[in-house]
Design a protein around this ligand. Structure first.
Ligand SMILES: Cc1cc2nc3c(=O)[nH]c(=O)nc-3n(C[C@H](O)[C@H](O)[C@H](O)COP(=O)(O)OP(=O)(O)OC[C@H]3O[C@@H](n4cnc5c(N)ncnc54)[C@H](O)[C@@H]3O)c2cc1C
Length: 400
């Protein structure tokens, strides 16, 4: 593995650090206390848009030959996204996810869209006047871990498609300009019937049913919505008809490839949250911890935390680096997602042990970090599911 971090990547991370200190942390804490997301019209989002942040999240376009080449000087895209995800989540994971940009809607467009769809969908993030969001909707009331069970249907009609069904836990969907919605054109075909559609803001029949009341990461909205016979133009079939002719389960493969990009990102967010918990504990040991035999124990706990953070970070970077090189990364992505959230929860708990009774106090933030990190284990597939994927790849059988 030969990871190259360009000066521009470093600049982007520094930008996120500054934004984190000044805005993400205070806004995230406020959202947590008020138990509601940062409002869509908050002036902070305008500032983010005007800084060009939305465009930076799109990364650089890679030509096919670039994808195949391994060059030290080539600017990386997913590695940079990992660094940004960790840094932003260090300041506040909820506020980070609430930022305008394509979010989880970006990877399926990256992977599946035709050049004209890509231009149409991504161009809104290149303007700097108004904050814009996108979202991703796979999960349904009866299809979470087992995505082949999705029951939202897509029926061909009048040169377009009619979508019917319900999606849940879709992050940022209430404010999204467009949402990538996975639906089936033939439920009897299972995975082979899966297609991805773009549902745009204002589509008749699109209805937000519920915004979840979450235990943590409250700065962004996670919603259930209904697709009540929503008509979308044929140009909103992601990839176009041709895309799905390559292979019967190309739609399902597209969704899985999306997860291979987003799982390391979500895992890196866990690393960011846990790094903050580590720093709280470290500062406490350095400045206030009483000089008793317990101090040595606290110091060795800090060493354990450091080592686990480094391993989790390397797993995320490895998965992202492989993606940047155009190499298969499903196993590495699942290993990062399987390991990081679980170990990050333990790191936060160790920080709480060091802080003792203080860790129960809301003001120390450790109890918030523990609530925030829990979601990381669930989003984009739980650790149990990641184990099945890794084990399946090891023994050469699809266990999903
Ligand atoms: C905060 C948040 C944001 C989210 N954002 C999005 C989003 O933007 N878009 C989107 O589409 N979805 C989103 N999700 C949904 C998320 O991806 C699903 O919650 C996740 O895939 C798990 O599905 P489920 O909740 O239905 O759990 P279930 O699939 O019902 O699983 C319940 C439990 O059973 C275990 N389990 C299930 N199957 C197996 C098995 N075969 N072997 C062993 N154990 C198993 C699971 O590990 C889990 O512990 C979000 C979820 C959360 C919490």
């Amino acid at each position: 593995m030969d990871i190259h971090i360009s000066p521009e990547d470093t600049k982007t991370v520094e930008l996120v650090r500054e934004m984190g200190k000044e805005y993400l942390r205070p806004l995230g804490i406020e959202a947590d206390r008020l138990q509601r997301a940062i409002p869509e019209d908050h002036p902070f989002y305008k500032l983010v848009a005007s800084s060009g942040y939305m465009e930076r999240t799109l990364g650089t376009e890679q030509t096919d030959s670039e994808k195949k080449s391994v060059s030290k000087t080539r600017r990386t895209h997913w590695v940079r996204n990992i660094l940004v995800a960790e840094e932003g989540s260090y300041w506040d994971r909820g506020a980070m996810v609430s930022l305008p940009g394509p979010g989880l809607g970006g990877p399926p467009v990256d992977r599946m869209a035709t050049p004209s769809q890509r231009e149409r969908l991504f161009s809104i993030f290149r303007q700097r006047e108004v904050p814009k969001w996108a979202a991703f909707a796979m999960t349904e009331p009866d299809a979470g871990s087992d995505v082949k069970r999705i029951a939202t249907t897509a029926r061909k009609e009048d040169g377009g498609w009619v979508l019917k069904g319900q999606k849940m836990y879709s992050s940022n969907s209430p404010r999204a300009d467009w949402i990538v919605v996975f639906a089936s054109v033939d439920l009897s075909k299972g995975r082979d019937g899966h297609r991805a559609f773009i549902v745009e803001k204002g589509t008749p029949g699109f209805e937000i049913l519920k915004i979840e009341h979450k235990m943590g990461i409250r700065a962004y909205e996670t919603a259930t919505f209904a697709l009540n016979d929503c008509y979308v133009d044929s140009s909103n079939l992601l990839g176009g008809e041709e895309y799905y002719k390559k292979d019967a389960n190309e739609g399902f493969k597209g969704a899985m490839a999306t997860f291979s990009a987003t799982r390391p990102l979500v895992a890196a967010m866990g690393v960011g949250i846990a790094r903050f918990a580590h720093d709280i504990a470290r500062d406490f040991v350095k400045s206030e911890y009483p000089h008793t035999p317990l101090r040595d124990k606290a110091i060795s706990r800090l060493a354990w935390m450091q080592q686990k953070l480094a391993v989790a970070r390397m797993l995320c970077l490895q998965a992202a680096w492989r993606l940047d090189q155009g190499m298969p990364n499903a196993t590495e992505a699942s290993m990062a997602k399987m390991y990081a959230p679980m170990i990050c929860l333990k790191i936060i708990q160790q920080a709480r042990v060091i802080k003792g009774e203080d860790s129960l106090l809301v003001d120390t933030l450790l109890e918030k970090l523990e609530r925030d990190v829990k979601a990381i284990d669930i989003v984009e597939g739980t650790q149990q599911i990641q184990r099945r994927i890794v084990a399946g790849n090891v023994i050469g059988r699809d266990l999903r």
